[in-house]
Ligand binder design. Structure first.
Ligand code: SF4
Length: 312
C-alpha cells in the first residue's frame, strides 16, 4: 500500500469489567467461566474505586462482560440488577457502557438500553451442528436464541455489535450463511454497527483440543464478508489474536477497519495480551494506516438516544 495517503483504522479506548465469571454454559473453548456460585460478583463499591482510577487514563468505553446466570434461576434477577447498576454507575461517572451478557429477555434488553450506548452478542456460527460438539453443554448457544437477540435489538433500536467465532468446527459454507443472516437482519433494522471476525485462539483453560484458526485464512474471510455485509457495517478484528504484523496488515487490506476495544486485558482470551496503542501505531503507520479512537456507539445512531452522551 502507498504511504502517500493514510486511511483510518478505529479502535475504542476501553476497560472491561466482569460482573461475574460464573456461567451456566460450558462451551468447550471457554477460557473465562467458573462454576455457578463459585465466584464473587463485582460489587458497586469495587467498581466505583476502579472507575475513579480510570479517570486520568484515556478510557471512554466500559465493556461490561458477564458470565450468565440461568434465566430460570432465582439468582437471575439479582444478577441482572447488578449489571444494570454497574452500567448506571459507569454512565454517572462519565463513561459509555456497552454490555455483553449473553442472551437476555426482551424486557431485560429494554431495561439495559436505558444505561448502555450499545450492546453486543456474538452470533458465533449459525450451524446447529456445533450443538453436538463445542456447544453440547451450552444452551445459550442455540442459533435461534442468538438470532432472536439480534432481532430484538433491532426492534428496540439498540446499536449492536455481533460477530463470528472462526475455527470451532464449522465449514466455510457456514461462514457465508452466518454472514448472510447478519446482513439480512441488518437490512430490516439498520442497527448492526460492527461484525467481529474472531479467530479461535486456544487458551489454558479450554477443553476443546483444536489448533488456532489459521491466520492466513483470515484475509479471505474478511474479503468475502465485505462483499456479503452492507457497507455501513464495519468489520472488526482483534489484533491480539493475529500474531503476525504482516497478516494484520493483510486483514486491513482485505477490508477490516476496526480493532475493537483496546484495554489492559482481553478477558475472553486472557492468554493473548493486547498490544498497546503505541505498538499498534508502529505497525500501522509505516503501511499508511492511521489509528484513531472512536466511541462505542457510531454517530449514525445519535438520534436513537434521549441522553446526549456526546457531552459526557
Ligand atoms: S464462552 Fe461464554 S457462554 Fe460459553 S461458557 Fe464461556 S462464558 Fe459461558
Amino acid at each position: 500500500m502507498s504511504t502517500s495517503h493514510s486511511q483510518k483504522i478505529t479502535y475504542s479506548p476501553a476497560y472491561t469489567i466482569v460482573p461475574t465469571y460464573e456461567c451456566f454454559n460450558r462451551c468447550a473453548y471457554c477460557n473465562f467461566r467458573t462454576e455457578p456460585g463459585k465466584s464473587e460478583w463485582l460489587t458497586i463499591s469495587q467498581a466505583e474505586k476502579l472507575f475513579k482510577q480510570l479517570h486520568n487514563q484515556d478510557v471512554c468505553e466500559i465493556l461490561i462482560l458477564s458470565g450468565e446466570v440461568h434465566p430460570l434461576s432465582p439468582r437471575r434477577q439479582g444478577w441482572f440488577q447488578r449489571i444494570y447498576d454497574l452500567c448506571e454507575l459507569a454512565l454517572a461517572m462519565g463513561f459509555l457502557p456497552h454490555t455483553n451478557a449473553g442472551p437476555l429477555s426482551f424486557e431485560e434488553m429494554q431495561q439495559l438500553k436505558k444505561v448502555n450506548v450499545s450492546m453486543g452478542l456474538m452470533l458465533e456460527q449459525l450451524t446447529p451442528e456445533l450443538l453436538k460438539t463445542v456447544h453440547k453443554h451450552a444452551p445459550s448457544k442455540t442459533p435461534e436464541v442468538r438470532l432472536q437477540q439480534l432481532q430484538w435489538a433491532g426492534e428496540l433500536k439498540i446499536p449492536f455489535t455481533t460477530g463470528l467465532l472462526l475455527g470451532i468446527g464449522e465449514t466455510e459454507q457456514d461462514w457465508w450463511e452466518t454472514l448472510e443472516a447478519i446482513a439480512q437482519i441488518h437490512q430490516r433494522y439498520h442497527h448492526i454497527q460492527e461484525v467481529i471476525l474472531q479467530p479461535h485462539s486456544p487458551g489454558n483453560q479450554q477443553t476443546f483440543d483444536a489448533p488456532s484458526f489459521n491466520p492466513h485464512q483470515l484475509p479471505k474471510v474478511i474479503f468475502q464478508a465485505r462483499k456479503i455485509l452492507p457497507a455501513d457495517i464495519t468489520i472488526q478484528i482483534p489484533p491480539n489474536l493475529i500474531k503476525d504484523d504482516q497478516w494484520l496488515l493483510a486483514c486491513l487490506e482485505a477490508g477490516a477497519r476496526d480493532l475493537g476495544g483496546i484495554g489492559p486485558k482481553d478477558e475472553v482470551n486472557p492468554d493473548y495480551p493486547h498490544l498497546q496503542e503505541q505498538e499498534l501505531r508502529e505497525i500501522l503507520q509505516p503501511a499508511g494506516w492511521e489509528l484513531v479512537p472512536r466511541l462505542p456507539v457510531y454517530p449514525q445512531y445519535d438520534h436513537w438516544f434521549s441522553v446526549n452522551y456526546r457531552t459526557i
